[in-house]
Design a protein around this ligand. Structure first.
Ligand code: SF4
Ligand code: SF4
Length: 430
């Protein structure tokens, strides 16, 4: 797959647009966008993508996680555009109106390039303190000037930026000029991964937790460009979930899917899931999905990061009394996740074959057999492979729309197709 995309890219690279003094060359871009269309076509995206609910049923559902706390509207828009072209079924984003607008704008811009079906738009909220809902904070003026700034280097989102400045203070006997650090955390880019926190040698970094407001969330759910919600819960106590679910009231009636994201919290996890399902059931007018959250926000770290999520799926597969709904992996998912699922015999295997007596998990609105694991959500890894292209584009051209720089779009799309294709099983160049 990678080889084939590289080939497509090298052929199409002959039509790269020329930029003069930072201006976009639209004639050249038009040609290059044709290469983007050809890449989508030769990869076979259109013939593989199905309605999102059918993808869940087949076991080839792919969700892009922009990040529950990632609020850089330009990157969110461009990521949404790239992954819509790559054929994802759902785009999960922060529960904020401007971010929802950015996602929808990216989807529509993608569909103007190649007309594909729309992925669902999902907003992520929490019922209590949760790692996905926090931001790093520190006062750069308190940082020693000789600090080697490991926080800046380790941040996977380029969300810390520090510069040395001179600060002048008026004193009774004159003025004093001191060098200080300015900048700090770029709040909208911080998604709370926490990696900067332990590396600070001077303990200057704090993590500020927050909870999304239920009333504001309920308003967002009524928008016709929001299709789904994901509720992050801890998996041990079910009372916070019940509180939020009740507060959302009838706003869930507007949705196509309700997802509950939780970590494996020991033996009580499955019974907590069943309790949560019982709470939702009387007011659940749509499909439901369980996001099996392995090692949160770590997919970009490497092969081992995906193990916990696969182990959660294997544990669930072995249980008879599963909660009703679809199951999807997240947390540490990356290019190795499909391979790991295959080793466990869990990749696109049907529930009927695996567990013929358990028909509680089958949504009545769908056919009587569906994949045991509906699909995979990709966050940090998906953002990393496209993010390096976005960051190079930003440093060359500033805050721009990726479709205006199709040579970057082509590269980003090739990377995204490589990842999404592992689940969708694209058959390129045929
Ligand atoms: S928490 Fe993560 S994303 Fe936020 S500033 Fe620290 S390293 Fe960067
Ligand atoms: S590592 Fe700590 S002390 Fe050093 S620049 Fe970063 S926040 Fe400041």
């Amino acid at each position: 797959m990678a080889l084939c995309l590289a080939l497509c890219f090298s052929i199409n690279a002959t039509t790269l647009p020329q930029h003069h003094h930072g201006k976009v060359n639209y004639r050249s871009n038009k040609k290059c966008l044709e290469s983007v269309r050809n890449l989508v076509k030769t990869t076979g995206v259109a013939s593989v993508v199905s309605a999102p609910q059918e993808s869940l049923q087949k076991g080839n559902w792919v969700k892009l996680i922009c990040g529950a706390s990632f609020e850089d509207v330009v990157d969110v828009r461009n990521l949404s555009l790239v992954y819509t072209l790559a054929g994802v079924d759902c785009i999960d984003c922060a529960a904020d109106a401007s971010i929802v607008n950015a996602v929808n704008e990216g989807i529509e811009a993608a569909r103007e390039i190649v007309y594909l079906r729309k992925p669902w738009v999902m907003i992520s909220v929490n019922d209590d303190e949760d790692l996905h809902f926090r931001k790093a904070e520190f006062d750069p003026e308190e940082c020693p000037l000789d600090c080697s700034r490991p926080c800046e280097t380790i941040c996977p989102a380029s969300a810390i930026s520090l510069q040395q400045h001179q600060s002048t203070t008026e004193l009774s006997h004159g003025t004093e000029t001191l060098n200080v650090l300015k900048g700090g955390v770029i709040t909208e880019r911080c998604y709370g991964c926490g990696r900067c926190f332990p590396v600070c040698p001077y303990d200057k970094i704090r993590m500020a937790m927050y909870t999304r407001d239920a009333a504001a969330t309920a308003e967002l759910l009524k928008r016709n460009d929001v299709d789904a919600i994901e509720i992050h819960t801890g998996g041990r106590q079910t009372a916070p979930f019940e509180g939020l679910w009740n507060d959302l009231g009838n706003s869930t009636g507007y949705l196509k899917l309700v997802a509950v994201s939780l970590p494996y919290a020991g033996d009580s996890t499955i019974s907590s899931m069943n309790t949560i399902y019982t709470m939702m059931e009387p007011h659940l007018p749509c499909l439901n999905l369980w996001q099996l959250d392995g090692r949160p926000m770590s997919g970009d770290i490497g092969r081992g990061a995906t193990r916990e999520s696969i182990a959660f799926a294997a544990c669930l597969a072995a249980v008879k009394d599963k909660p009703r709904g679809f199951f999807q992996l997240a947390g540490g998912t990356n290019a190795h996740t499909v391979e790991g699922l295959k080793k466990e015999g869990l990749f696109q295997t049907t529930l009927v074959a695996e567990n013929s007596k358990d028909n509680r998990s089958m949504p009545t609105s769908l056919a009587s057999s569906h994949a045991l694991i509906g699909g995979i959500a990709y966050g940090g890894y998906a953002r990393k492979i496209v993010g390096r292209v976005l960051s190079s584009m930003r440093s060359q051209h500033g805050l721009v729309h990726i479709e205006d720089y199709p040579e970057h779009l082509l590269q980003a799309l090739a990377n995204a197709l490589d990842l999404v294709g592992t689940v969708k099983c694209y058959d390129p160049c045929t």
